[in-house]
Design a protein around this ligand. Structure first.
Ligand code: NDP
Length: 442
């Protein structure tokens, strides 16, 4: 019996997305290795296999690097000091509220210091990630797939499933377990939060820094486009860490199950697909031996200004909504992690009361459009692509296009979910805030 509406085109869509998600990072890797980030076209199938073997074979050092990183983050999650936060009530588990130990910020700082020390002392040069990109990618993909299978089988065997469709492949893709947790070093760790907040973003940052360091090693400079990518990621990732206590209230945590889609993309897809621009800039700098050719200073200044503005709207709008919800629940958490944005909390905000009990904010950014953070996020992802404009390749724009499609699809799913949850109150809200992304336009 189907208990949940099928998304992504059901089983066929799930199979297609699983195959496509495996294809993309390997294709990008081959394009970097064999065509400086341009389109990769092998001369034959045998050539493709030979190229894959040469550039993406798993190695023991890649295995230890990747699993060592994951294990270290698990240890940090267990031992570092953090803030205890209660999550939203889980309707499928008698409204149980899980506790989250939010110490991602401490993990982020400790990781940065540790990596800097290892690199500067020469014990473990961070450039090893750029050197072994294909092998580490291969290990990450294998680990992502294995973890997905283990979690799926374990959840079914221990009867910790929820919202099942009983279409085996579709359930594997969407997940069956909402809140997978393990006891580690005496601490209960939420695996979905760990993977979503730390593993994906921290590894992504390290992959980008490794590309920047390689460029620095080769030329003694880090080019402005590389710096743009680095700054964009630094701001984004730091925001995820400093606002970790807000994440339990996001859709991924309270609604999405930890299935293949989230596991694979957190453990492999996000870090290795999202780091493409930095590695594209690196390989093209090395190819041309001119890391700063064709860079317009004016354009770079414009890009940096748009980046800072988009980041500001993204950070403060999400903060307004989440702090509002926390205020409504009587949760008062003052955290002063750097940087705190002006207008990130609205005092006495206007809101719509709803029959289901969750009020809807119609103040701050949220009175102008329903998805201010999505708009800002789209701007930032576009800039990541544009950071590669020095060279005429197409692949750097894959990420912004992919992100755009993903976020529009997410928007339609969220609208449908909210329509079911809020009923006529959602219709009233949409009349009150008629624009989705850009006030006055769409
Ligand atoms: P939103 O921040 O828009 O949150 C949507 C949820 O918030 C709704 O389901 C609803 O949940 C609640 N909500 C909606 N409108 C209001 C309102 N007016 N007042 C109060 N609550 C409201 O989206 P997401 O959680 O999807 O995304 C958060 C951020 O993460 C975005 O910036 C997005 O771009 C980013 N993101 C990035 C990804 C990446 O790969 N880089 C992937 C996915 C997201 P309810 O009412 O049930 O609480």
């Amino acid at each position: 019996m189907v208990e949940e509406k099928l998304e992504f085109g059901g089983t066929k869509g799930a199979i297609g997305l699983i195959l496509f998600s495996h294809f993309v990072p390997f294709y990008f890797l081959l394009s970097l290795q064999y065509n400086s980030g341009g389109l990769y076209v092998p001369s034959s199938f045998n050539q493709l296999i030979a190229d894959l073997k040469e550039s993406c074979s798993p190695t023991w050092s890649a295995f230890f690097l990747y699993t060592g990183f994951c294990l270290l983050q698990l240890v940090f999650a267990a031992i570092l000091p953090g803030l205890q936060i209660k999550g939203l009530p889980v309707p499928t588990e008698n409204n149980r509220q899980y506790t989250y130990n939010c110490n991602a910020l401490a993990s982020w700082y400790v990781t940065l210091v540790l990596v800097a020390v290892l690199h500067l002392t020469g014990i473990l040069k961070l450039t090893i990630l750029a050197d072994q990109l294909g092998s580490v990618l291969c290990v990450a993909v294998i680990v992502g797939d294995i973890v997905s299978v283990i979690i799926h089988v374990y959840a079914i065997q221990t009867k910790q499933t929820c919202r099942m469709t009983h279409l085996p492949l579709y359930d594997f893709f969407m997940g069956v377990w909402l809140n997978p947790r393990i006891k580690f070093l005496g601490q209960e760790i939420d695996l979905k939060m760990l993977a979503e907040v730390r593993l994906s973003w921290l590894l992504l940052f390290l992959l980008i820094v490794s590309a920047a360091l390689k460029q620095y090693e080769a030329f003694g400079v880090i080019s402005w486009p590389m710096l743009l990518v680095l700054t964009a990621q630094l701001l984004y990732i730091n925001a995820c860490m400093k606002g970790e206590e807000c994440i339990p209230t996001t859709w991924d945590i309270f609604y999405e199950k930890w299935g293949w889609m989230l596991i694979y993309w957190n453990l492999a897809g996000v870090p290795f697909v999202y780091c493409f621009q930095a590695h594209y800039i690196l390989v093209n700098s090395l190819r041309t031996q001119q890391p700063t050719e064709n860079i317009s200073t004016v354009l770079m200044i414009i890009f940096f200004i748009i980046l800072i503005l988009a980041y500001y709207v993204w950070d403060s709008s999400l903060s307004q909504k989440i702090r509002f919800r926390m205020q409504q629940q009587g949760i008062d958490i003052a955290r002063n992690a750097f940087p705190q944005m002006p207008w990130n909390v609205i005092q006495n905000p206007k809101y719509l009361k709803t029959e289901c009990g969750s009020p809807l904010l119609i103040d701050g950014y949220w009175k102008y459009c329903r998805k201010p953070a999505y708009t800002a996020d789209i701007c930032m992802s576009t800039l990541w692509g544009l950071s590669c404009y020095q060279w005429p390749g197409l692949l750097p724009y894959f990420y912004p296009i992919f992100f755009f499609c993903m976020i529009i699809h997410r928007y339609t799913r969220d609208m449908a979910r909210c329509q079911v949850k809020y009923g006529k109150d959602w219709t009233t809200y949409c009349q009150r805030v008629p624009y989705a992304f850009i006030p006055g336009l769409i």
